[in-house]
Design a protein around this ligand. Structure first.
Ligand code: NAI
Length: 551
C-alpha cells in the first residue's frame, strides 16, 4: 500500500536530507563516542546506536574486525574506509598497534592496493591534478577542505614501489605516506595533503583497463612535463606558503632533475633519494656496530643504481668525507651494478646520477663474480628484482666476509632481492640482514633472529615533524645527516643482540621524535627556522605530536 506523504502526522521528525557535518567530516567524526549532549547539540540523536563508547572500546572493535579478515587487501580496504569515516579512531588504532597494522596501511599491502586501485576505489581522498588543470592548479589547491596545509606528498605514479609506472593507481602511496606521518611522527592529520599529479601513464595495460580512473594518455615529453610540475610547485607555495613538498615515487628519469631544481627553491625533498639515503647510512653505521669495522674501511656494492641506492651512496660519501676522505677516495668505496652490469668508467650509457660512481674495472659476468672480484663488505639491493640475491650470491658474500651485511631494500615483499630466511640460511646465520618490507623472525639452530626493516619510514616522518616544529624553510643535507645519526642512536644494544639494526616498528614514534629534534636543531643552527627555538627542543617536538584523542 502506498503512503501518501500529505497525511503524515504533524509530530513526525523532519527527515535529515544529508548526514550532519559532524558525521561526514572524518576529522570531526567521533561515531559512537559522541556524548548524549553532543548528539543533541549536533542533531545526531537517533542517528547513532544508543551506547556512548570510549575510543578504546571503538579501537578494540576495529582491531577485532581487521583481524577477522584474512586477506591483507581486505584489511587495507577496511582500514581505508575507516580513515575516510573517522580519522581519529583510525589513527588511535594504528598508533596503538603499529607493528601489527603498518603492513596493511603501508608496505607490502599498499603495493597490492595500488595494483588493484581501480577495483578497490571507493571514495576520493586528496587531490588529483591533471594537464586539464593547466593554468588553474592554484584554484584546484584552494578547493582543498583545509586552509592550512603543512605537508604535501605528491607522486606522478611514475615508479610505484618496485611495481613500475602505475599512473593514477599510485595514489595509495601519498595517502599511505601521510598516514605514516601521522601515526609515526604525530603530524596533525588536518595538515596533510596527498596529491596525485596525474600526467598519464606509459603502462598500456593500466591505461586500457576499463576501470582505470586516471588520465588515459601516455606521459608527456620532458618540456611539457616540467612545465606542469613547475606550475604545481609554484601553486603549492602560493596557496599553502611554506608547506613541505615531498616528492614520492617519481621515476628516476625525473626524480633527480626535480630534486636539483626545487631543493634550494622551496621546502622540499625527494624521499626515495634523500630519505632512503639517511635510512641507509644509519643502517650501514649500525651494522658496523655488529661487524666491528670502520666506515672508511668498507666496500659497498649496490645492486641497482637508481634513486634509493644512489641516495644511500651519496650520503655515505658525505659521511666518509666528514671522516677525512677526499670525495674521490670516498666514491671508490661505492660500487654499482645496474641492469646492464657493473657501472664502469668505460660505459657510455650511464645516466648522470650514476657517473660519479663509475669505477675503473673490467666488466663482470654476474653478481657472484662481482662479489669475488670487488670483495664488498656490504651488499645493498634496490633493484626491484626478486630473487636477485640467490644462494650463490649470498654464499659469495659469506665467503669474503665473516659477517656479511646484506640489505634487500626493494618493496613490496614480492620484489625483495631475498627473504630473511634465505639470507640467514645461505650464510650459516652470519649475515647482518635488513629488508625494506617486513619479514617474520627466523629460527636458526635453536635461536630466533629478528630482522630489521630498512625502510625510509624511519626517516621521513621525523623530517616532516622537525620541519613543522621549527618552521624550517628548507630541507638540507645536514638535516639528513643529523636524522641518520639520530636514527642510529635509537638502536639499542639489545636490539642488536636480537639481530635488528633498526629499532622495532613499535618504537617508531620515539624514533620520529628523536629524528625531528635533530632536524629542528639543524634548522635553528642553520638559520632556516621561522619559529623561535624553545629551551627544551625535544620536549617542544614531543608536545607538537598529535595523539589521536577526541579531546
Ligand atoms: P629506480 O628505478 O630508480 O632504480 C632501479 C635500479 O635497478 C636501476 O638502476 C636499474 O638499472 C636497476 N635494475 C633493474 N633491473 C636490474 C637487474 N636485473 N640487475 C641489476 N640492476 C637492475 O628505483 P628506486 O627508486 O631506486 O627503487 C628501487 C627499489 O627500491 C624499489 O623496489 C623500491 O620500492 C625500493 N625502495 C625501497 C626503499 C626503502 O625504504 N626500503 C626506499 C626507496 C625505494
Amino acid at each position: 500500500m502506498r503512503v501518501n506523504a500529505s497525511v503524515r502526522p504533524a509530530h513526525t521528525l523532519q527527515p535529515v536530507s544529508t548526514r550532519p557535518d559532524a558525521l561526514r567530516d572524518p576529522l570531526a567524526n567521533r561515531g559512537t563516542a559522541f556524548s548524549l549532549e553532543e548528539r543533541e547539540r549536533l542533531g545526531l540523536t537517533g542517528l547513532l546506536p544508543p551506547q556512548v563508547e570510549a575510543i578504546e572500546t571503538q579501537a578494540a572493535r576495529v582491531l577485532a574486525a581487521v583481524r577477522a579478515k584474512s586477506a591483507p587487501i581486505d584489511r587495507y580496504a577496511y582500514l581505508a574506509a575507516l580513515q575516510n569515516e573517522n580519522e581519529t579512531l583510525f589513527f588511535r588504532t594504528l598508533i596503538d598497534n603499529l607493528e601489527e597494522l603498518l603492513p596493511f596501511v603501508y608496505t607490502p599491502t599498499v603495493g597490492q592496493a595500488c595494483l588493484e586501485w581501480s577495483r578497490i576505489y571507493e571514495r576520493p581522498r586528496g587531490l588529483y591534478i591533471t594537464p586539464r588543470e593547466r593554468g588553474r592548479m592554484r584554484d584546484v589547491l584552494r578547493r582543498w577542505r583545509r586552509q592550512e596545509v603543512g605537508i604535501i606528498v605528491v607522486t606522478d605514479g611514475g615508479r610505484i614501489l618496485g611495481l613500475g609506472d602505475l599512473g593514477a593507481n599510485g595514489m595509495g602511496i601519498p595517502i599511505g605516506k601521510l598516514a605514516l606521518y601521522v601515526a609515526c611522527a604525530g603530524v596533525d592529520p588536518g595538515l596533510c595533503l596527498p596529491v596525485m599529479l596525474d600526467v598519464g601513464t606509459d603502462t598500456a595495460a593500466v591505461r586500457n583497463d576499463a576501470l582505470y580512473l586516471g588520465v588515459r594518455a601516455p606521459r608527456p615529453a620532458t618540456a611539457e612535463y616540467d612545465e606542469l610540475v613547475e606550475e604545481f610547485v609554484a601553486a603549492t607555495q602560493e596557496v599553502f606558503p611554506g608547506a613541505l613538498v615531498q616528492f614520492e615515487d617519481f621515476a628516476n628519469v625525473n626524480a633527480f632533475r626535480l630534486l636539483a631544481r626545487y631543493r634550494d627553491r622551496v621546502c622540499s625533498f625527494n624521499d626515495d633519494i634523500q630519505g632512503t639515503g639517511a635510512m641507509g647510512l644509519a643502517g650501514v653505521e649500525t651494522a658496523l656496530r655488529l661487524t666491528g669495522g670502520r666506515l672508511e674501511d668498507q666496500r659497498l656494492l649496490f645492486f641497482g643504481a637508481g634513486e634509493a641506492n644512489v641516495g644511500i651512496a651519496t650520503i655515505v660519501v658525505a659521511a666518509l668525507q666528514r671522516a677525512g676522505l677526499s670525495a674521490a677516495a670516498a666514491r671508490q668505496r661505492c660500487w654499482f651494478i645496474d641492469s646492464k652490469g657493473l657501472v664502469t668508467a668505460a660505459r657510455t650509457d650511464l645516466a648522470d646520477h650514476k657517473r660519479p660512481f663509475a669505477q675503473d674495472h673490467a666488466p663482470v659476468a654476474d653478481l657472484p663474480a662481482a662479489i669475488e672480484s670487488i670483495r664488498p663488505s656490504l651488499l645493498v639491493g634496490a633493484s626491484g628484482q626478486p630473487g636477485a640475491f640467490s644462494d650463490a650470491v649470498l654464499a659469495a658474500m659469506a665467503r669474503v666476509n665473516e659477517r656479511p651485511v646484506i640489505f634487500a631494500l626493494s618493496n613490496p615483499t614480492s620484489k625483495s632481492e631475498c627473504t630473511a630466511e634465505q639470507a640467514y640460511r645461505a650464510t650459516d646465520g652470519r649475515a647482518v640482514f635488513a629488508s625494506g618490507s617486513p619479514f617474520p623472525a627466523v629460527s636458526l639452530a635453536g635461536r630466533t633472529v629478528l630482522t630489521g626493516q630498512s625502510n625510509n619510514s624511519y626517516i621521513f616522518p621525523g623530517i616532516g615533524l622537525g620541519v613543522l616544529a621549527s618552521g624550517a624553510t628548507r630541507v638540507t643535507d645536514d638535516m639528513y645527516f643529523a636524522a641518520a645519526r639520530a636514527l642510529g642512536r635509537q638502536v639499542s644494544d639489545s636490539d642488536l643482540a636480537e639481530g635488528r639494526i633498526f629499532p622495532p616498528v613499535a618504537r617508531m614514534r620515539e624514533v620520529a621524535a628523536a629524528v625531528a629534534t635533530a632536524v629542528a636543531e639543524v634548522a635553528h643552527a642553520q638559520g632556516l627556522a621561522t619559529r623561535s627555538c624553545p629551551a627544551d627542543l625535544a620536549a617542544h617536538v614531543r608536545a607538537c605530536m598529535y595523539r589521536a584523542r577526541y579531546d
